[in-house]
Design a protein around this ligand. Structure first.
Ligand code: 5AD
Ligand code: SF4
Length: 446
């Protein structure tokens, strides 16, 4: 490649999960410390980072088409870095197939992006897909000014090896970031304006560490200590695996006010045979029992889940069991996907791959049931009084949008600022949001 001028502007485009959003923010912070500025809206940057997702569908194809389309106003290509899980899984192919790409950097190596950038400016191409992750966090710069709802990666990687999933291959083995690093980063986030922190991990409930008195603590212990941070009003966590939910975490939902009444606990399917084939290590019944315990600790808990339809070999009767489970749980929201064979995973070579039309029909039926339950959940909260964290302006002047404790979007009118916690009455429910009115004189900055 030809040497080029050092980039003045950057854009990080993150796809996929919230952990990619977090990684994207950290990459942006690193570029900012080098004096590179975010590109103005509508203008292509001198340096583009495609922070990719490999979990489903034709992820790699999408990356190539994005690369093809990138162009600056003068017709030249920007410097391009491919980061994230596609970079990890298919780094060499990307280098071979896409000459416009000068940097390929995996999710555990992106702290090296600045060095790679120096090389790229000299005209050298570089790939770094080293694992594991712990060196990365130590090498990242400090947190900068952020919005009121922030993410904090506490755990990365996965040892569960569900047979459909690429994560154990792209993000590597489970690692927990050290307790003291997390408390420090959480404090920095709060100083930088965060009122709510969502603790992130592919298996966040598997986090464990040693607190500042040398005691072994799990996620519940970490949440308890983070709840002591002044100015932090809300804590959430995602995503969990049913196998790692311990008594202490369940109890925490009933005891820690700042821990929001929301639980994202993927189940994937309702049939025990399918769950076994997925290597999920739980049954439909053990999952439902676990939810009962959470609901006993926190009766107003809103539940969320992930589902896959059309896993290899799934019969009509087995799919009906998924619908039955949904009817029992009554999720407040959920994500559902058609099974997508991922290269290198055991399920990709299983017999009985399900036809696309069958998957389409199952997904439609499942989503109809989930949408029905989401609306019912929202309607069930009408009449409640709760706090809303103001996250952004609404479409109309004087309108604000925020999140309820149950992670619903609520909008209301008044004279507020982003980051305010406002007490509202929930008045009217739609499928995706609620209309609220602010209680007279209510503005809490707790
Ligand atoms: N096909 C479809 N959905 C998948 N997920 C993970 N791997 C696949 C796949 N191969 C879904 C699961 C998981 C969510 C993050 O993505 O439901 O919980
Ligand atoms: Fe993938 Fe299963 Fe690990 Fe979740 S628990 S990241 S679905 S392997």
């Amino acid at each position: 490649m030809k040497p080029t001028n050092a980039p003045k502007t950057y854009r990080v485009k993150s796809f996929g999960c919230q952990m990619n959003v977090y990684d994207g923010e950290r990459m942006a912070e690193m570029l900012a410390t080098r004096g590179i500025k975010p590109a103005p809206e509508g203008e292509e940057a001198d340096l583009v980072v495609l922070n990719t997702c490999h979990i489903r569908e034709k992820a790699a194809e999408k990356v190539y088409s994005d690369i093809g389309r990138l162009q600056k106003a003068d017709g030249t290509k920007p410097l391009i870095a491919v980061a994230g899980c596609v970079a990890q899984a298919e780094g060499e192919e990307i280098m071979a197939r896409a000459p416009a790409v000068s940097m390929v950097v995996g999710p555990q190596a992106y702290h090296r992006l600045p060095e790679m950038l120096d090389k790229a400016v000299q005209g050298e191409r570089a790939t770094d897909t080293d694992m594991p992750a712990i060196a990365k966090f130590a090498a990242l710069p400090e947190r900068r000014k952020i919005g009121p709802a922030a993410f904090l990666t506490v755990q990365e990687g996965c040892d569960k090896f569900c047979t459909y999933c690429v994560v154990p291959y792209t993000r590597g083995a489970e690692i927990s970031r050290p307790y003291s690093d997390l408390v420090t980063e959480a404090r920095k986030l709060v100083e930088a304006g965060a009122r709510e922190i969502t603790l992130l991990g592919q298996n966040v409930s598997a986090w464990s560490g040693e607190d500042d008195r040398g005691r072994r603590v799990g996620l519940a212990g970490l949440i308890r200590d983070l709840a002591d941070i002044d100015g932090l009003a809300r804590i959430r966590y995602t995503t969990s695996h049913p196998a790692d939910m311990d008594d202490e975490l369940i109890a925490a939902h009933g005891e820690i006010d700042k821990l929001m009444p929301f639980l994202h606990l993927p189940v994937q399917a309702g049939s025990d045979r399918v769950l076994r084939a997925m290597n999920r290590s739980h049954t439909a019944e053990s999952y439902l029992k676990l939810l009962e315990r959470f609901r006993a600790a926190r009766p107003d808990l809103a539940l969320s889940g992930d589902f896959i339809v059309g896993f290899p070999g799934e019969t009509d009767a087995e799919f009906e069991e998924t619908l039955k489970l949904v009817d029992e749980v009554r999720y407040a929201q959920a994500f559902s996907f058609k099974y997508s064979p991922r290269p290198g995973t055991p399920a990709a070579s299983m017999d009985g791959q399900v036809a696309k039309e069958v998957m389409d029909e199952r997904l439609q039926r499942l989503q109809a049931a989930l949408n029905r339950d989401q609306l019912a959940f929202n309607e069930g909260t009408v009449g409640r009084t709760c706090e809303v964290l103001v996250e952004r302006k609404g479409k109309h002047p004087g309108q604000w949008l925020g999140k309820t404790p149950w992670l619903q979007s609520a909008w209301f009118e008044g004279d507020y600022a982003i980051g305010d916690l406002v007490e509202v009455d929930l008045l009217e429910a739609g499928p995706n949001s609620l209309r609220a009115s602010v209680r007279e004189g209510a503005l809490s900055l707790a």
